[in-house]
Design a protein around this ligand. Structure first.
Ligand code: AKG
Length: 261
């Protein structure tokens, strides 16, 4: 092995190179993302893109789901297909592979985002259940980006997405913890309605639910408090892009100094 090979194979150099590449890619995508969207994601934690897809495209995406409903995972009255981009080219090309959506996540999170899965869902009415996502929760403590697209018109009755504005911000997580002397609240993932009410009262905010037409995309930082409201009547079709950040650490279990993305 030459000296150059030795230098290049050095795991620390490799990791440093990855970090530099990530930083460069963030600057590159910064120029392409609407600053209004970034500001809203930073301050409120969400942004709405109306008419992202036309009605006819939504109908085709719904039809693609219905044709594959037999492979869906059933939980209560929900039908979910994880990895929809692998079984429906339409979902893949139109949504999963969207450079536009991913680049917003890249800049918001501050790292190039990796699509974990596109989940397509058909949710039936179940007034006595907790709703999509299993009730109020945070997906993570650190920033996390998701793009949710309604494929049917969503009104108050058929399970709109609901979010507590600003609850993703570290300053608000700390403020709430200090005000209530609760050190763990921002770190626990699941919440009762009573604890959400308490958060809103203490922080002087109101949760917001999103009634919107099919084809609307909701961008959100799911480290904030959120849920899909229980579906009282009707059906809600939607698809969600789940993104994650690369893991910038050396996987010691593999013992090969491999950097996992
Ligand atoms: O589908 C929704 O409206 C919300 C889903 C949700 O809570 C989640 O993806 O974490």
């Amino acid at each position: 092995m030459s000296m150059l090979d030795n230098v290049l194979s050095n795991k620390y150099l490799h990791a440093t190179g990855l970090v530099v590449a990530h930083i460069l890619s963030i600057f590159r995508s910064k120029t392409q993302v609407d600053p209004q969207i970034l500001t809203a994601l930073n301050t409120e934690g969400y942004w709405i893109l109306p008419d992202f897809f036309s009605e006819s495209i939504c109908n085709m995406l719904v039809q693609n789901f219905d044709e594959r409903e037999s492979i869906a995972t059933i939980v209560d009255s929900d039908r979910r297909i994880f990895g929809m981009e692998k079984v429906s080219e339409l979902h893949q090309h139109l949504f999963a592979d969207s450079v536009f959506l991913k680049s917003i996540g890249d800049v918001h999170v501050g790292m190039p985002q990796i699509l974990t899965t596109t989940m397509a869902a058909k949710l039936y009415a179940a007034p006595d259940k907790l709703g999509s996502g299993g009730g109020w929760h945070r997906d993570s403590f650190l920033p996390q980006f998701k793009a949710i697209c309604y494929l049917t018109d969503v009104c108050e009755a058929n399970g709109p997405f609901e979010y507590v504005p600003g609850s993703h911000r570290l300053t608000n997580k700390l403020k709430f913890a200090l005000k209530t002397a609760t050190r763990t609240h921002s770190n626990i993932p699941r919440y009762t309605q009573a604890s959400i009410d308490e958060y809103c009262r203490v922080m002087g905010v109101e949760s917001k639910f999103f009634v919107a037409k099919k084809g609307t995309v909701i961008l959100c930082d799911t480290s904030g408090l959120h849920r899909g409201r229980p579906i009282m009547e009707g059906i809600r079709y939607a698809m969600t892009n789940y993104y994650r950040s690369p893991r910038l650490f050396l996987d010691r279990r593999a013992g090969k100094g491999k950097v996992y993305a």
